[in-house]
Each structure stands twice: as structure tokens, then as C-alpha cells.
Design a protein around this ligand. Structure first.
Ligand SMILES: Cc1cc2nc3c(=O)[nH]c(=O)nc-3n(C[C@H](O)[C@H](O)[C@H](O)COP(=O)(O)OP(=O)(O)OC[C@H]3O[C@@H](n4cnc5c(N)ncnc54)[C@H](O)[C@@H]3O)c2cc1C
Length: 299
């Protein structure tokens, strides 16, 4: 089946208009951003909506990367290509460029958005793992105003989020902390494919000791998952191969993969272990090499 069921289509020119339409149409309507997840699902008749509300004309309002003291704010309609090409973002959070280099292909990256990626809530979604790793917060707008939800609470299950039927995601915020860096690695069956498993890490050091470490995994459970035990294991210790290996064990134990056409559960658990060690190692190496502080704050 390659043709979606009939639907009504409207382009909107403001967030208020989008939210007003969502309020009126309820769960019969969906926003369309890049369309790279929603439209294939509609063509396959895995999803059917009576109304599509096109938010692409809001790119000027919601397509931005703003670096501020203490945080970076990214608009929900910022496209993969813009995330890939932003030098400021790569300087603050190298994990973004690592991830964007392995997401899909230029055609998808030209249209697909940060907001669409998070709201699709696919367990294999790379940007969700990045946002989990960086402890992002999601700004959700409805008719009664805005609320801010942490990544931990944003995903409620596969393809389910905290965004209500009459709400939209408008912005994602990333705290900047000094003395840290980050990295992302993915194993895929062929270039541009979804992850077999992928892992992101962010590490912070002070006086040669780990002050904090975060790891986010994709494709090993119902949602991309942060692994809290890793921070406890690494905190207060100097980075070492033994520590990376221990963190890898914790990630493998926390992973809950299923056997599918991308690989067996045992293989995916092995990847969770190996990729966690690698991204922690790269993050630590990058702290040593960090030369481009953002707003005077080394990150
Ligand atoms: C061939 C192909 C390969 C791909 N490979 C990868 C890959 O390797 N890794 C990866 O991570 N992704 C991959 N993707 C997915 C791609 O990154 C999508 O662009 C992304 O998942 C969805 O973004 P979108 O803007 O296209 O969202 P859309 O398809 O427009 O929307 C997806 C969902 O989010 C909702 N939505 C969109 N924006 C908002 C908003 N602001 N507020 C509330 N709800 C919203 C929509 O209503 C819909 O339910 C691939 C896609 C394709 C087609």
C-alpha cells in the first residue's frame, strides 16, 4: 500500500493557530513537520489521520539554535542538516555532529526535524538518545501556555510522548556545564540505516576526576534510555580503561533488547557494552582536546 487514506490538509502560520486547530480537531489530527516518519506510516496505513496540520511555514519561528550562557535552546523545527552544520553546536556538544553524520541521508536530513524525531518516539531514534544523554528539557505549548518536561518523562513508551493531542513541542533546551565533552557511535547494517544499537555519552572532569557521566542508548528497549548507574560508578574516579569497561557492563545489564532482523538480543547487548566504553573514552579524549569554549564556558 503506497498511497495514504484521504485527509484534509492545512498549512499554519503561527504556533497559536496550530494549537487552536489541534484543540478543535483532537486525535483525528496530526502535525506534519519533515514528514519523513509520519508520511511513510500513513502510506503503509500504519497510521490514519483525517487532518494534517503542516507546520513548515513556522521554520522562521521554530528553526533556530541559540547559544546562551548556561544553555543552548533549539527550536523544534530545526532540521537535521542545520544541526549537522552548526559549528556552535558542534563546539558545545560534539555528540550532535557525530549523530547527525549517521542519521539517514541528505534527502531525509534536509527535511526531518528535531521536534519530529523526538515526537515520533521511535526506540531507535538517534536524536532521542542524544537528548537523553545531554539531559535535555522539552518545552511543550498548549492553549493554556507552556510547560517544560525532562527527557526522562518525555517518552512514555514506543511512539508515545508527554505531548497531548492539543499540544506541540516548540523547543528543546540543553544545559551547558563546564569541563565536559560528548560523543556518539552507532552500529548500522548499512550507511544511513536505523541503528542496530547506538550509544551517546557525556562526561565532565575536574582536576582529572570524573564529576559526572551520562550515557544514552538507542534500540535496546521500548524507548531510548539513560543509564543512571554509570554516573555513580564513575564519579570521583580518574578515567581509565577499567572504568569504561565497567560502565559498558552496567549498560549491557540495563539494556533490554529484542531479537529481530537487525540482530540477536545477545549481539545487541554486546554492542551496548562495547559502544558505551567507546563513547566514554572519546568524550574524555575530547575534553583534553577541547579548544572552542562557548561563551567562555568550556564544554
Ligand atoms: C529512509 C529514512 C531513514 C531514516 N533513518 C534514520 C536514522 O538512521 N536515524 C534516525 O534517528 N532517524 C531516521 N529517520 C527518521 C528521520 O530522522 C525523521 O525525519 C524523523 O524521525 C522525524 O522527523 P520529521 O520532522 O520528519 O517528523 P514527521 O514525520 O513530520 O512527524 C513525526 C511525528 O512527530 C509529530 N510531530 C512533528 N513535529 C512535532 C512538534 N513540533 N510537536 C508535536 N508533534 C510533532 C508528528 O505529528 C508525527 O506524529 C529516517 C527516515 C527515513 C525516511
Amino acid at each position: 500500500m503506497q498511497v495514504p487514506a484521504p485527509f484534509e490538509y492545512q498549512r499554519v502560520s503561527s504556533v497559536d493557530q496550530a494549537v487552536g486547530l489541534l484543540e478543535r480537531l483532537g486525535d483525528t489530527a496530526r502535525l506534519v513537520a519533515g514528514g519523513h516518519s509520519l508520511l511513510p506510516m500513513m502510506k503503509l496505513r500504519l497510521a490514519n489521520f483525517e487532518y494534517l496540520i503542516d507546520i513548515n511555514d513556522l521554520h522562521e519561528e521554530l528553526g533556530y539554535i541559540v547559544v546562551e550562557p548556561g544553555q543552548i535552546r533549539i527550536g523544534a523545527l530545526t532540521r537535521h542538516r542545520e544541526l549537522l552544520e552548526s559549528e556552535e553546536l558542534a563546539a558545545a556538544f560534539p555528540i550532535f555532529r557525530d549523530a547527525e553524520r549517521v542519521i539517514a541521508d541528505p534527502v531525509v536530513r534536509n527535511r526531518g526535524t528535531l521536534g519530529g524525531s523526538l515526537c515520533q518516539a521511535d526506540p531507535s531514534e538517534d536524536l532521542s538518545a542524544v537528548c537523553t544523554t545531554l539531559d535535555a528539557s522539552c518545552v511543550i505549548r498548549g492553549q493554556d501556555g507552556e510547560r517544560v518536561v525532562s527527557m526522562t518523562d518525555f517518552h512514555r513508551g514506543p511512539y508515545e510522548t508527554a505531548v497531548g493531542d492539543a499540544e506541540m513541542l516548540t523547543e528543546v533546551r540543553f544545559p551547558i556545564r563546564p569541563g565536559g565533552s560528548s560523543a556518539y557511535e552507532k552500529v548500522e547494517r548499512r550507511a544511513g540505516d536505523w541503528a542496530v544499537v547506538s550509544a551517546g555519552a557525556a562526561v565532565w572532569l575536574e582536576d582529572g576526576l570524573v564529576t559526572d557521566a551520562r550515557v544514552g542508548l538507542a534500540a535496546v528497549g521500548p524507548n531510548t534510555a539513560g543509564i543512571p548507574g554509570i554516573a555513580e560508578e564513575l564519579r570521583g574516579r580518574p578515567p581509565s580503561e577499567e572504568l569504561y569497561a565497567r560502565a559498558g557492563e552496567i549498560a549491557a545489564e540495563a539494556a533490554d533488547p529484542v531479537t529481530d532482523r537487525r540482530g540477536s538480543a545477545a549481539y545487541k547487548r554486546h554492542l551496548a557494552r562495547e559502544l558505551t566504553a567507546r563513547v566514554l573514552r572519546t568524550s574524555v579524549e575530547r575534553i583534553g582536546a577541547a579548544t572552542a569554549p562557548v561563551n567562555g564556558q568550556g564544554v
